[in-house]
Design a protein around this ligand. Structure first.
Ligand code: ACO
Length: 374
């Protein structure tokens, strides 16, 4: 049998084609439709990036204005969905809430034939943040929020619904930038799960529900939440260094480090780390940032493992007052763009995805009657 640790998990296998994204290719660490992630993070809004992924080109000013207006008009939640969100227990995980919310939306607003796929993608992009914060505020504050805010940006919309006031420019820009960085990442586990579902000619709600299920795990998107829990365990950098050395000795996984494709760094980390530092100084308390840096140093010195996109995204969200259990759901609010783009790309040249398995079970057995079995 092959050594699963070294060769399993489809590592290094090219499982299909995409025109949406390159990961870890020479010259640029991460690109969306040919645009370098650093250019997008510095210059674009998340809505421009969403348009790029879903329409295959950057919007003109007029196209972007129309797109922002359209997304704003789709933020409302149907009453039946609100009832479902209210019925989901307060101690549920919000990733499960979103999985159920998307699945339920597929019942009351079914995609039908695929001629409306663009509309379905836009609707999900617009209303996932509404679902997430509606459920959260209902169960933590006992209020039914109005999800139809007037904020132009999705980042502003999220922070406004969370905190009952429009965010500062810095917070809106920081959240928007993390949404840009999270938007797309080639054949990662959740996107691939979505493409497998799409390959059966299933609907977009099913593909996205499955993708949310895959993203939920701590080896994938769930790592940003786990990273925050780790950072908060330590009172200062010295404690963090000692604590993580002990964890490594006990062969524990340190969430927010390592990557299947990148070998020496995750290009998204540089941007998240810089934002984390700015937000920590705005708060006037550098402790969490220093703890994070100390963990990053130990991981590199001891294991040559680098922080991935999830590690510093955690403190960025924390500094903006986002509850930890919403970190991975915010990832969903961004990655919906990549998932939907992959659904459309898969449909445009579809082939059922059905690989083969190496059989490692028993040899052919003779049938034994039930009373004759040992
Ligand atoms: N902490 C400690 N050791 C690690 C870590 C880590 N975060 N990541 C990898 N290693 C070690 C493994 O234990 C293994 O050691 P060994 O060869 O001595 O057994 C070696 O590095 C190779 O790791 P694999 O798990 O085989 O690598 P794989 O490509 O399968 O996994 C993964 C990649 C899942 C991301 C892994 O690095 C990991 O578990 N990281 C923590 C979870 C995480 O941060 N996930 C987010 C990924 S990015 C994203 O989804 C946006």
């Amino acid at each position: 049998m092959a050594d699963n640790k070294k060769t399993g998990g489809l590592a290094g296998v090219t499982a299909g084609k995409t025109a949406l994204c390159t990961v870890g290719k020479e010259g640029a660490g991460l690109t969306y439709l040919g645009y370098d992630i650093y250019d997008l993070a510095d210059n674009a809004t998340f809505e421009e990036v969403a348009y790029l992924l879903l329409h295959g080109k950057l919007p003109t000013r007029a196209e972007l204005d129309a797109y922002i207006a359209k997304i704003k008009s789709l933020r409302g939640l149907p009453d039946a969905l609100k009832v479902v969100l209210e019925m989901i227990p307060a101690d549920a995980h919000p990733m499960d809430v979103l999985r159920t919310g998307v699945s339920f939306l597929g019942n009351i607003e079914p995609e039908g034939d695929f001629s409306n796929q663009q509309e379905t993608a836009d609707r999900l992009l617009a209303c996932l943040p509404s679902m997430m914060v509606y459920w959260h505020r209902f169960h933590t504050d006992g209020i039914r929020i109005d999800t139809e805010t007037d904020d132009d940006s999705i980042a502003g919309h999220i922070l406004h619904m969370l905190h009952d006031e429009a965010p500062s420019e810095l917070h809106e820009k920081s959240l928007s930038t993390t949404l840009i960085l999270y938007a797309e990442h080639e054949f990662n586990a959740s996107t691939f799960a979505g493409r497998v579902i799409t390959g059966t000619l299933s609907d977009m709600h099913s593909a996205v529900s499955g993708a949310i299920g895959a993203l939920r795990g701590p080896l994938h998107g769930g790592a940003n939440e786990a990273a925050m829990e780790l950072i908060q365990r330590f009172a200062n950098a010295e404690e963090a260094t000692e604590g993580v050395l002990g964890m490594l000795e006990r062969k524990e996984l340190i969430m927010g480090f390592g990557h299947r494709v990148y070998t020496t760094s995750d290009p998204r980390n540089k941007v998240n780390k810089a934002m984390s530092k700015v937000l920590a100084s705005e708060k006037g308390d550098m402790t969490l940032y220093e703890v994070s840096e100390a963990i990053e140093k130990v991981m590199w010195d001891e294991k040559k493992l680098f922080a991935n996109a999830d590690f510093f995204a955690a403190s960025v969200y924390h500094f903006m007052g986002v509850p930890t259990y919403l970190f991975t759901p915010i990832f969903v609010c961004s990655r919906i763009t990549g998932w939907a783009a992959h659904v459309m790309e898969q449909r445009a040249d579809n082939k059922l995805i059905r690989p083969a398995a190496e059989y490692i079970g028993p040899a052919l057995q003779e049938w034994v009657e039930i009373d004759d079995r040992d």
